[in-house]
Ligand binder design. Structure first.
Ligand code: PLZ
Length: 454
């Protein structure tokens, strides 16, 4: 049976509604206050301020109801105010907000580690460490890989996004806005060609061949025995929701194993039911040595984690890993509740249902002559879906149209995110608890926006 959102109860009316032009007066006033105090380097895609959010709806301070097709960048998969998460957070906070796990430990941290060791792929012995952000998880995965292997080099891929801290900027591929003028960057990071089916020169290239291409370059440019880790997003997020050709990830991970290279799957964006599996690597049966997690893990609270082979993680000397806030007790309580909600409502099935509903609609739209041939590619898994917009009849990226479509959607009350190295990808990341009605309404708005702007 296909899962529906019917058993999910909502606090806010799940309906798009705008009361006049926005930003309304309250949001405008907040924007003015903000401009005087918040650094210009932090920008927001949507000019309204949030007052409440629930299910697939974000309500602003002026009473506008927006459809949320972004989940705060793939975070609020269980919704922005899942009752189980809210109750767990309230209860945890009422007892203690912090003690520092490195000083006086508590059960929540251990319980989250138990859950992550259970849910991540592979039935080998595992260990977990908790942190605060995705970037911090990535940094620590690389630290562990370097220590455990005694090697320096780290391999990342074209179009990769791994964060904004110094090492993760080096791992991230795109200069603007993430890297430009923020260097110098960490050394010993090497970039290899990704499998990007839509943009391959040879459209016939298989996943195994694309892996071979990268492996040959690694061997020639670095030497396999110099490489501590290969880090890859199994479905690339910020880089454009790029799903590598089938066989690419298994071939890479098999080669890494052969060479003693730590294979790190960065599942910060793709993890926790987003793609219809607990982790995106599960679609091809790949078992990473270390997996990085954040975003969807804790229903909106800041928490991240690395889970991996016990021999790698336990190689680190006591005191070598940690941080003041890592595995904060309130965030741990939220994670346990969010994981509970994912299991109780079978959000993996919900994500697959969203794929069924949305992918069909997007493919129809791509083939619809009134969309003017601007949808070059439709791709993704589960509730991590995208369309790549091009100049009609070519593969030339169309960033201008992408911006215009996102703006037109927002104008109609639908929050839609863009991404991609070329800025020409519209991505859908709805909360997994969104109702079919809202999802379909959002997709109709998107279709109309494309037709009107194509
Ligand atoms: N790895 C795969 O997607 C975060 C970044 C938004 P943090 N992606 C959203 C932005 O412009 O800053 C991300 C990711 C993958 C790592 C990260 C980093 O996670 O929690 O933002 O540090």
């Amino acid at each position: 049976m296909t899962a529906t959102a019917h058993e999910i109860t909502y606090r806010l009316d799940q309906k798009r509604s705008l009361n006049g032009a926005f930003p309304g007066p309250k949001s405008q006033a907040l924007n003015e206050r903000r401009a005087a105090v918040v650094a210009a380097g932090v920008s927001s895609g949507v000019p309204v301020y949030v007052e409440d959010a629930d299910g697939g709806i974000i309500r602003d301070v002026d009473g506008n109801f927006f459809i949320d097709l972004g989940s705060g960048i793939a975070v609020t998969s269980v919704g922005a105010s899942d009752p189980a998460v809210v109750a767990a957070v309230q209860d945890a906070a009422a007892h203690f907000t912090h003690t520092c796990f490195m000083v006086t430990p508590y059960e929540g941290y251990v319980a989250v580690a138990e859950q992550l060791n259970r849910l991540t792929p592979g039935d080998h012995e595992k260990r977990t460490v908790l942190f605060n952000s995705g970037a911090e998880a990535v940094e620590n995965a690389v630290k562990v890989a370097r220590l455990a292997t005694g090697r320096d080099a780290v391999v990342a891929f074209d179009h990769a996004y791994h964060g904004r801290t110094n090492l993760t900027m080096a791992l991230t591929a795109k200069a603007m806005p993430y890297k430009t003028n923020f260097g110098p960057f960490a050394p010993e990071v090497y970039r290899m060609p990704m499998s990007y089916p839509f943009r391959e020169e040879n459209p016939e290239i298989t996943g195994a061949e694309a892996a071979k291409r990268a492996i040959t370059m690694i061997e020639k440019q670095i030497g396999g025995d110099q490489v501590a880790a290969i880090i890859i997003e199994p479905i690339q997020g910020e880089g454009g929701f790029i799903v590598p050709a089938e066989g690419f990830l298994p071939a890479l991970s098999a080669w890494a194993k052969e060479k003693g290279i730590v294979f790190i799957a960065d599942e910060v964006q793709s993890g926790f039911c987003r793609t219809g599996e607990w982790f995106a690597v599960n679609h091809e049966g790949v078992v990473p040595d270390i997996i990085t997690m954040a975003k969807g893990i804790a229903g909106g609270l800041p928490l991240s984690a690395i889970t991996g082979r016990a021999d790698l993680l336990d190689a680190v000397h006591p005191g070598g890993l940690g941080g003041t806030y890592g595995g904060n007790p309130v965030a741990c309580a939220a994670a346990l509740a969010a994981i509970g909600t994912m299991e109780q409502h079978d959000l993996n099935a919900r994500a697959r249902h969203i794929e069924e509903v949305a992918l069909g609609r997007l493919r129809e739209l791509a083939a619809d002559p009134s969309a003017g041939g601007v949808i070059g590619d439709v791709r993704g898994r589960g509730a991590m879906l995208a369309i790549e917009l091009v100049q009609a009849g070519s593969k030339e990226p169309n960033a201008e149209l992408t911006k215009a479509v996102a703006a037109a959607c927002l104008q109609e009350g639908v929050i839609i995110l863009t991404c991609g190295t070329y800025g020409n990808v519209i991505r859908l990341l709805p909360p997994l608890v969104i109702s079919d009605e809202l999802l379909l309404d959002g997709l109709e708005v998107l279709a109309a926006a494309i037709k009107a702007n194509a």
